[in-house]
Write a protein that binds this ligand. Sequence first.
Ligand code: FAD
Length: 405
Amino acid sequence: LEQVVVIGASLAGLRAAETLRSEGFEGTVTVVGAETHRPYDRPPLSKKLLAGEWEPDRIHLRQPDSFDELDVEWKLGVAASHLDLDARRVDLSDGTSLDFDGCIIATGAGCRRLPDQGRHAHVHEVRTVDDSMRLRAEIADGGRHVVVIGAGFIGLEVAATAKQLGNQVTVLEGASAPLIRGLGAEMGAAIGAMHEANGIDIRCDVRVDRLDPAGVLLEGGELVESDVVVVGIGVVPATKWLDDSGLEIRDGVVCDETLLAWRTDGSPVPGVYAAGDVLRWPNALFGEEMRIEHWTNAAEQGAAAARSMLAVAAGEAPEPYAPIPFFWSDQADIRIQFLGRAADDDEVLVGAGSIADGKFLTLYGREGKLHGALGVNAPRWVMPIRKLLLAGASWDEAVAHAATL
Ligand code: FAD
């Protein structure tokens, strides 16, 4: 292994490059990133940066003066446009190309958009630091009517921040409750009620027809007037540049349990790995295929992909990547933390604390087993659940544990 290219210069790509070096790889490492910025942290984009509490110089993922220590060539402001698996070469948007014997795909995800989104100057999305600063300029002084389309994590974070800045905030959600995909309907509704108590108007079961210069038009003809619209309707893995590569793409780059990518014919592609929001892989610990759109996974997976690549190059067996997924979401005074997985048909039980007090631990179970745990304003209750999940705790054991809290 002599030449590694990492495509995507964000969290997963940076952790991959750092791990290659920390594990002693001495060949060349080139990191290609479509954004002009060095790797930065996205969670503050909907929280402290958007609120004006932090400036962009606080969100580096690595101290600016320590980038050179990595001995990595950064190609920033340049996108990968094509991956040639047979020639083992990646073509770039500046007309150059890079040969590789190892490649880590870490191109993350981009915002899903409404059909006519680009035509309206008052319509925003939040994925990049530039997006966040543009929106901040609109809402910083308060007094605007901000309509957020989508009550997912990012939509609710933006809504909470906009409210804290003194804006009137309405959230429009197509499903019957906020956060259904991440937390299920019951807990989503509980968190929605906490936002409503903070003065945010959340309207569920509404269908957006289209954007309008005066706001958002709903199906049936109602106009929800607004000065600023934020679209938070989820993300799409950034795989367009791989469409003609021969890699198997199914809502993400399909990988095996060691994060090695596969061709459409089902054969593995030696030396080509993926990490972060862009891939799906079978998590053996849960016996299910996952694509995760959260920080901790991107960081850990970047490192894991690099370790897999180095292990194979050294003739060793790579470790399967089988973590307990974890994420957090800070929405004003609501701190959400989640370990494990939630599914629609899970059994759900508030095991400690209470929704009414705004501090609680909810257990998620299936087939007599603990599957996940949600903490709201309860960090000390959530983290010890990791041990139970790792031990494959039964539902009854988990309920008994929660009762001691
Ligand atoms: P990304 O961060 O998406 O980076 C991919 C990079 O690849 C981008 O810079 C992109 O420009 C680049 N790229 C794309 N295509 C190409 C190409 N063809 N060639 C070269 N470069 C390319 N997670 C949490 O757990 N908790 C939170 O509170 C939280 N808050 C968030 C708030 C916001 C506003 C956002 C946007 C995300 C948040 N996340 C949070 C999610 C977390 O930030 C992501 O999971 C993480 O950034 C994923 O990292 P990544 O490196 O896989 O991809």
